[in-house]
Write a protein that binds this ligand. Structure first.
Ligand code: PSV
Ligand code: MN
Length: 424
């Protein structure tokens, strides 16, 4: 379903006086207002092709209506998100869940909605029909060279699809690991993974990157071969400059200080980017900002400070992606909420008085440091984010607009009440 601009304009007209009051109130205290708004306007987050349907757990899946039945329909859904929030101008594909069999047509469909293709993701964590060797005991780390070769070839094929679509990064997440002590030799598994990744690295086009994602457990519960940022960074360093570490917020043991990891990876020039989501216990893949928005702000505070220290461009020098699952919510609503939460955290981080914070740190003034951070965190920046979106042609209230235009109702009419999208 295509959302017409005039409908968004009408809704914006109705919402404008309330928005302007809120915006003027907060804008009065923002230093470099125009620069903050320009940064917010430029900041986009990629939508994962695998998160446009209802997710599920191993206990069941309760599909919602109007789920996209094809890659073309997924692109339409991301197009709707982008029309409303003007902050989701790309889509990240997971192969083989979404194979672009006709790359030109898929590219044209995306371009029609103002979308491009972000990182492509390989999948060696599931067996596909007609696959020669099984990935039951892992893929790139496998003890059998033939299985490793099959997994390497899959990754090279994913790069090929990505090249056709104009993507420029391969994102690799491995389920490889072990369930029981003694099941595998850690060094052997690591070495095999490194060798396999080296072969994939060799196949990268000049302007491509490979992003190595880590995860402490699940589906393996004793060890994961790329289990934490140390193991990922070790691989990335051995591979070379095109390789770096991807941080999925849900891939940490409880209470891990993710912002510190982010700060150090940035310092090393090895922070590839993010899979954003939120969690309470494990890899819960919940809506970004729904559980721990303060942590998200602290991460963005490190990002803004660390990227500025290296002269990086916030919007484009790192991969910003969502990786979430929607078991209860309408996926599009969930994604709109996630992007909004990310932009709110980013806006708050842009408001941090960095010079004052540095002075407080130099004086060991923990009280003042907390005051400075929380002054930014407790600022209601929603109207700043909305103003940037309005200037870009989006809706003042994307979620309210989505509901009032009854986008889901229309998708159900178009696609049916019982459709199931590919993905997890
Ligand atoms: C694994 O949990 C993961 O975070 C990887 O990024 C996968 O590609 C994705 O989830 C699949 O949903
Ligand atoms: Mn992920």
């Amino acid at each position: 379903m295509q959302i017409e601009k005039y409908k968004i304009d009408e809704l914006n007209h109705q919402a404008s006086s309330k928005h302007e009051r809120a915006f003027e109130y907060v804008a009065a205290d923002v230093k470099d207002l125009e620069s903050v708004l320009a940064k917010l306007e430029a900041f986009n987050v990629a939508i994962p092709s695998w998160a446009l349907g209802t997710g599920g757990t191993r206990f069941g899946r309760f599909s919602g209506g109007g789920e996209p039945r094809s890659l073309e329909e997924k692109i339409e859904d991301v197009g709707a998100i982008q029309a409303l929030n003007k902050s989701s101008n790309s889509i990240s594909l997971h192969i083989p869940w979404d194979i672009p069999s006709n790359a030109d047509a898929i590219k044209a469909a995306a371009a029609h909605h103002g979308l491009r293709f972000d990182a492509v993701n390989s999948n060696t964590f599931q067996d596909q029909k007609d696959q020669q060797h099984s990935f039951k005991y892992g893929s790139l780390h496998h003890v059998d060279k033939a299985v490793r070769k099959q997994a390497v070839e899959h990754n090279i094929e994913v790069i090929k699809y990505g090249v056709e679509l104009g993507s420029n990064a391969l994102s690799v997440w491995l389920a490889d690991g072990s369930n029981f002590p003694g099941q595998l030799n850690f060094r052997g598994a690591f070495q095999n993974t490194l060798e396999s990744l080296q072969e994939i690295y060799e196949a990268l086009p000049d302007d491509w990157k490979v992003w190595v994602e880590y995860k402490p457990y699940e589906p393996n519960f004793y060890s994961t071969t790329i289990g934490d940022w140390g193991q990922s960074l070790l691989l990335a360093n051995k591979l070379g400059p095109k390789a770096s570490t991807l941080v999925d917020l849900g891939h940490h043991l409880p209470n891990t200080n993710i912002e510190q990891i982010v700060s150090l990876l940035l310092m090393e020039g090895k922070l590839a980017g993010f899979h954003f989501n939120d969690s309470k216990y494990g890899d819960d893949d919940l809506t970004v900002g729904s559980i721990n928005p303060y942590q998200l702000f602290l991460i963005f505070n490190e990002l803004v400070e660390g990227m500025d220290a290296r002269g990086m461009t916030h919007a484009t020098d790192i991969g910003w992606m969502i990786d979430a699952s929607h078991n209860l919510k309408d996926p599009i609503e969930d994604l709109l909420q996630s992007v909004e939460a990310i932009k709110i955290a980013y806006a708050q981080a842009l408001l941090v008085d960095t010079a004052a914070l540095k002075a407080a740190q130099a004086a060991n003034d923990a009280v003042q440091a907390q005051e400075i951070l929380q002054a930014a965190y407790r600022t209601d920046v929603r109207s700043l984010v909305a103003e940037a979106r309005l200037r870009a042609g989006g809706a003042i209230n994307p979620l309210a607009a989505y509901r009032s235009l009854d986008v889901r109702g229309n998708l159900i009419k178009e696609r049916g009440a019982k459709t199931v999208a590919t993905g997890l």
